[in-house]
Write a protein that binds this ligand. Structure first.
Ligand code: ATP
Length: 394
């Protein structure tokens, strides 16, 4: 159970067509260092991708985390950065330029189908998916008509609709329908700006038998496309967009606070996971039982230097967070399996007997009602006879 730091990758987006095209950063891919051109301040990453990096290259880098999830370890991949910096492009992408989510789904199905073909230990698997959005601090279920749901602390997916999927195509169709309901709007910074955080989770359950024991693994892959932070300086928002932006900024601020509390723990302070829906959902991914990779997307135009510094400071902090990922495997011996089967059989018999007993009770109740009815008739007759005698006595 070794501790492992959160893995942090920076992806620089190509400059947008603006008059001020000067870049505010310099990158060194070999040492994975980003330097601010304004003050020469350096930021160490685990990996830096330049503006010409392809979706394939990014996916190749995050593949090991997906492979771990297939093998029974929880994993999280999330994209962070200012609005328009390329988070949705990285996580979801487009039909012609697929992002991490569709590629991960395809990889998982290929790997698990391959395993069930090649293994001879009765290997079976089940995959289900959920998709949530957090919009203005409320959580909505994208796979259940965008219904508002509560997030219990014990199991964040307890109230979410889990859809079992049998192929990557089926899974993608379901997710596409769900993600269409995500709040998006046209802002001055991005014509398709996500106004909510989206969390797509794939839950994998695999079962195999070894030496008369059943091995069951249940692991989750969370893939998160965060909404982007927005500085008012660069935006020309309407009232709704400003309200959305202030909620987005607030939840990202809490995310930053949670990370600072994890890396600088104070004995008298609890980590404020509960202060926002986002940090409640990411609780296990930050300082918990998960392997986590964070992709920080950076707009390199010098116009956005303040936003780049803020993103890079976030990256440096989140890189210090340590997680302890544990294999999610549950082993059941043959004896326990036999006992479980017996318990199940007895449970079934018990249910049958309960039904029989219910029927018997119903019959008894009907007989009882009949007896009461007859008694009433007899009583009425007795009354008439009494009245008769009474009448003649007078
Ligand atoms: N690496 C890249 N290569 C090519 N185009 C990119 C890249 N990154 C971003 N873009 C383009 O920039 C625009 C904005 O990107 P995207 O919507 O992914 O940003 P975002 O960070 O998700 O923004 P928001 O937080 O507002 O939703 C899109 O048109 C996208 O295709």
């Amino acid at each position: 159970m070794a501790q492992e730091n959160v893995n942090v990758v920076a992806r620089i987006r190509p400059p947008s067509n603006e008059t001020n095209d000067e870049t505010c950063i310099k990158t060194d891919q070999i040492s994975s260092i980003i330097t601010l051109t304004t003050n020469q301040k350096q930021f160490h990453m685990d990996k830096v991708f330049e503006q010409n990096a392809t979706q394939e290259e990014i996916f190749e880098y995050v593949q090991p985390i997906i492979a771990s999830v297939i093998n029974g370890i929880h994993g999280t991949i999330f994209a962070y950065g200012q609005t328009g910096s390329g988070k949705t492009h990285t996580m979801i992408g487009s039909d012609k330029n697929l992002g991490i989510i569709p590629r991960a789904i395809e990889m998982i199905f290929i790997a698990l189908n391959e395993e069930s073909k090649n293994r001879n230990d009765n290997f079976k698997f089940k995959i289900s998916c959920t998709a949530l959005q957090i919009y203005t601090e409320k959580t909505y279920d994208l796979l259940n008509g965008n219904e508002k749901i509560e997030i219990p602390t014990c199991d964040i997916l307890k109230n979410a609709k889990k859809v079992e999927v049998n192929s990557s195509n089926e899974c993608m169709k379901i997710l596409e329908c769900g993600l269409e309901q995500r709040k998006v709007s046209d802002t001055s910074m991005n014509e398709k700006s996500s106004r909510s955080h989206a969390i797509v989770t794939l839950t994998m359950k695999t079962v195999y038998f070894k030496e008369n024991k059943k091995h069951e693994r249940i692991s989750r892959l969370n893939m998160v496309d965060l909404a982007g932070s927005e500085g008012r300086k660069h935006t020309n928002n309407n009232e709704t967009q400003n309200f959305e932006a202030s909620n987005i900024n607030k939840s990202l601020l809490t995310l930053g606070q949670v990370i600072r509390s994890i890396i600088n723990p104070h004995p008298k302070q609890v980590i404020p996971y509960r202060d926002s829906k986002l940090t409640m959902i990411l609780r296990d991914s930050l300082g918990g039982n998960s392997k986590t990779t964070v992709i920080v997307n950076i707009h390199s135009n010098s116009k956005y230097a303040a936003e780049a510094i803020s993103t890079l400071n976030f990256a440096v902090n989140v890189k210090k967070v340590k997680n302890t990922a544990i294999l999610q495997e549950f082993i059941t011996s043959k004896e326990t399996l036999t006992l479980n089967a017996e318990v199940q059989r007895l449970g079934g018999e018990n249910d049958k007997l309960k039904i029989e007993l219910g029927k018997e009770k119903e019959i008894n109740q009907k007989v009882g009602e009949k007896v009461v009815q007859l008694q009433r008739i007899v009583d009425e007759k007795d009354n008439k006879v009494c009245n008769f005698f009474y009448y003649f006595k007078i």
